[in-house]
Design a binder for this molecule. Structure first.
Ligand code: ATP
Ligand code: MG
Length: 277
């Protein structure tokens, strides 16, 4: 199954998250069945990241958005298991500081975007400025409603500079979210993750849904597509995302650069006759 085709938000299309099943798992029945395929994609990703780094002419930006306990941290951990830390970065966007608020909303984001040869994952992103900001009325509508166009322009700028952008919305059900909160409650090692606001935010679920729908409808473009990933099953989420990223990188035409020295000359100079091929 080509998950890019299956989960991409077509530019200009209408989204009804209510009609998309968060527990979808294709024809796969279990985690075990998915695991082998996941391993295959993770190995592809490792090789492709090496190529991206060596090639050093393009970069990759991965945006992760989800409601609390949607699995953003899990995806980060999973994707980076085998990659070389040199050449990768993760950046989490929290509530803006006073200094950040004193600038335009893209200021803090632009400086964290990947340089050539780099992969950067955004754990939350500039999209918070049309999501939480909209839901909680942190700025007037006249301000946030202008931001969709600003985001599209920003992402186009990145794209023209050689950055591929992939945006993932991890789609979980309210029931699964509550179950995951309960796991944190029951596991002393994870108690620290609980905040009461996680529970109170649940009240705003329909408003977040509206905000996500509009954000994805207005900012899914050919150069920076959104993918809606059914994420109630962690293994399916990991499978779909790793396949989508690896397939995209496959198309980036990454090449190991040519040697910068005369190899025959180096061989002659520094190796004995019998060691030469
Ligand atoms: P976890 O899943 O571990 O809770 P998290 O990403 O939710 O991780 P937190 O520190 O709990 O991390 O939350 C960060 C908070 O910052 C979120 O509630 C998010 O909505 C908020 N935030 C991020 N960007 C903005 C923004 N531009 N304006 C206002 N709030 C923001
Ligand atoms: Mg949180």
């Amino acid at each position: 199954m080509d998950y890019r085709k299956r989960f991409v938000v077509d530019s200009g299309s209408k989204i009804h998250l209510k009609d998309i099943d968060p527990a979808y798992a294709g024809k796969l029945e279990s985690r075990e069945e998915a695991e082998r395929e996941i391993q295959r994609h993770v190995a592809r990703l490792d090789a492709l990241q090496y190529l991206l780094y060596a090639d050093a002419t393009q970069s990759l930006l991965i945006v992760l958005q989800a409601l609390d306990a949607g699995g953003k941290d899990g995806v980060v951990r999973h994707l980076f298991t085998g990659m070389n830390p040199q050449g990768t970065a993760v950046f989490g966007f929290k509530e803006p500081t006073a200094e950040e608020l004193a600038h335009d909303f893209l200021w803090r984001v632009h400086r964290q975007t990947p340089g050539k040869g780099q992969i950067t994952i955004f754990n939350r992103s500039h999209y918070e400025d049309v999501l939480v900001v909209r839901v909680h009325k942190l700025v007037p509508k006249s301000v946030w409603s202008e931001r969709y166009d600003l985001i599209n322009d920003f992402e186009e700028t990145l794209c023209q500079g050689g950055t591929r952008i992939l945006k993932f919305f991890l789609h979980i059900s309210p029931e699964e979210q509550l179950r995951r909160f309960k796991e944190r409650l029951d596991d002393p090692a994870r108690n620290w993750k609980i905040s009461e606001s996680d529970y109170t935010e649940r009240e705003f679920w329909p408003r977040y849904r509206d905000a996500y729908e509009e954000a994805m409808e207005r900012t899914s473009t050919e150069h920076a597509p959104w993918y809606i990933i059914p994420a109630d099953h962690k293994w399916f989420r990991n499978l779909a995302i790793s396949q989508i990223i690896a397939d995209t990188m496959d198309e980036m035409d990454l090449k190991v650069p040519a040697a910068r020295v005369d190899l025959a000359d180096i061989r002659r100079k520094y190796y004995k006759e019998e060691e030469l091929p």
